[in-house]
Design a protein around this ligand. Structure first.
Ligand SMILES: Cc1ncc(COP(=O)(O)O)c(C=O)c1O
Length: 514
């Protein structure tokens, strides 16, 4: 083995006599200085990049970056923190997509709060695993307190419980697993085989695709998700839910769950939760509320009422890594009745034997789909302990306000057409020239999005609405100003106009470039 070459930035502590040089890289009482320096060096690189970023992206193309990553021989270590960080600058940091930049307006990625980054640093170094008490101790209790706190904010009642997960996709899968098992609770194994392909989930056309994925993973039929079209406001209609439940039942198809969304991914709309909860209660159907995006309202000083009715859900997905300004990953599934969590329980002799239940030793693996699991809850804990919930809610309120201003701006701009006003922080719009047909308009919008990202001056998302190409701002950065939005709109119009002029004879055009 080659001895590591070290610089002043990351000098190793000498390994104990007789220890291999590789041991110098293990975090131990012998190497705490090296650990401090290495992490500080990494933090310093990121801080410098953040301070220097002039746009959210460099616009690097995969074919430009891939050869550099490919050229690295992973079997020949650099042996040196500084050299590895220099290399990382070239293959990652230089061209990273920066969510802290005010003109990053694309997906549901938030800038992150510093107390959570502190949590990230602590949790990865201690490296607790959240499956059992003997791997996490206080971590188990902290996670439990945060679940209790979240359930209280939702208003789920005294029997509520839940668990942290890797994200909204997992939380939704987990919720639907519990719903499936509740629906089949009384079934014999033979009945299960008959019933499984008959189960139906009612979801909104504006809901998240992870519901479809979950249905597939849960072994349901390919047409198990009954998609309910939304109204023009892009919200699920309670009457349509009632109608579909009745229709399924007439067809002999048991409805195992209704999935309502508090913050649709594209439109930022919130389904009428109270009315849908009423429909579900009357029909005796499990209500899952996907609040992956809208959960930030739980701490909003001014908008909590938008979630009214969520307290009637059987299960709720909350993604702290979307609207609580937490680093990925940080999500939770919270349920009204803790007994339903047993559907994910499996006792393994080596880990969580049944006797640990009798001994009242708390463990989280009994509730989780994962075994080894990060202590992501620590990030939220430090966030609440340093900033407090109101400060997080204020940040979320700010982005909702900014998105409302952005909507006004787009709506008043004759170059653009804008859709439904979001209750959260998205704006769905498109450049609308007069003259060319819908296909060319679609292509111009698509091209404008790509050209904008390639320029590195701004990043926006795209989506299809009723078969046509739209663009989308997701505002999750309180630092984004109306001037940033106006600047990006001008760039979009310029790129789209240029595309059109390159593809349509001038005589057919009535719109100027830009
Ligand atoms: C409403 C909704 N639910 C679920 C998800 C999936 O969450 P994750 O990406 O954390 O898995 C998303 C992601 O954007 C979402 O918007």
């Amino acid at each position: 083995m080659t001895l590591p070459v070290h610089t002043a930035e990351a000098t190793p502590t000498r390994p104990r006599p007789g220890a291999t040089p590789a041991r110098a890289h293990l975090l131990s009482d012998d190497t705490v200085e090296q650990y401090r320096r290495a992490v500080a060096a990494g933090t310093d690189r990121v801080a410098r990049r953040i301070a220097a970023a002039t746009g959210p992206f460099t616009g690097v193309r995969p074919d430009e970056l891939a050869p550099q990553v490919e050229a690295i021989d992973l079997d020949r270590p650099l042996g040196d923190t500084t050299a590895a960080l220099d290399e990382l600058e070239d293959v990652y940091l230089r061209d990273a997509v920066w969510f802290h930049h005010p003109r990053y307006l694309a997906h549901l990625n938030c800038p992150v709060v510093i107390p959570a980054l502190l949590g990230e640093a602590v949790l990865s170094a201690v490296n607790s695993s959240m499956d059992t008490w003997d791997q996490s101790a206080g971590g188990t209790l902290i996670e439990r307190r945060l679940i209790e706190w979240t359930a209280d904010r939702i208003g789920l009642g005294p029997a509520a419980d839940g668990v942290f997960t890797s994200g909204g996709t997992q939380s939704n899968l987990h919720a639907l697993l519990l719903a499936r098992e509740e629906a089949l609770a009384a079934a014999t194994p033979a009945d299960r085989r008959i019933l499984l392909p008959q189960l139906r989930i009612i979801a909104s056309a504006a809901g998240h695709f992870s519901v479809q994925k979950a249905a597939k993973l849960l072994g349901l039929a390919p047409d198990a998700v009954v998609v309910v079209e939304t109204g023009p406001d892009r919200r699920m209609r309670p009457g349509a839910v009632r109608h579909e439940i009745a229709r399924c039942r007439r067809a002999g198809l048991p409805v195992m769950a209704v999935v309502a969304t508090a913050g649709t991914t594209d439109f930022g709309t919130i389904d009428p939760l109270d009315e849908i909860a009423e429909v579900c209660a009357t029909a005796g159907v499990w209500l899952h509320v996907d609040a992956a995006y809208g959960c930030g309202l739980l701490v909003s000083p001014t908008r909590r009422h938008l979630l009214d009715g969520i307290e009637r859900a059987d299960s709720v997905t909350v993604d702290y890594h979307k609207s609580f300004f937490q680093p990925v990953s940080s999500s939770a599934l919270v349920v009204r009745d803790r007994r339903t969590l047993r559907h994910a329980t499996w006792h393994a002799d080596y880990l969580n034997p049944a006797r640990t239940v009798a001994q009242r030793i708390p463990n989280q693996v009994d509730k989780s789909l994962q075994t080894t699991r990060r202590f992501d809850a620590l990030k939220l804990w430090l966030t609440l302990r340093v900033m407090g919930p109101d400060a997080v809610g204020e940040l979320f309120d700010e982005v909702c306000d900014r998105a409302a201003q952005a909507w006004e701006l787009v709506a008043a701009d004759p170059r653009f057409e804008v859709l439904t006003r979001s209750q959260l922080s998205t704006v769905v719009f498109r450049w609308r020239p007069s003259g060319p047909g819908p296909d060319l308009t679609d292509a111009a919008n698509l091209r404008a999005r790509e050209a904008l990202a390639a320029s590195g001056l701004g990043v926006v998302a795209g989506t299809k609405v009723d078969g046509r190409q739209y663009l989308k701002f997701t505002v999750l950065n309180p630092a984004t100003t109306v001037a940033d939005v106006a600047y990006v709109l001008d760039l979009i119009a310029e790129h789209a106009g240029r595309y059109l002029h390159e593809h349509v004879p001038a005589a057919d055009l009535t719109c100027p470039v830009g």
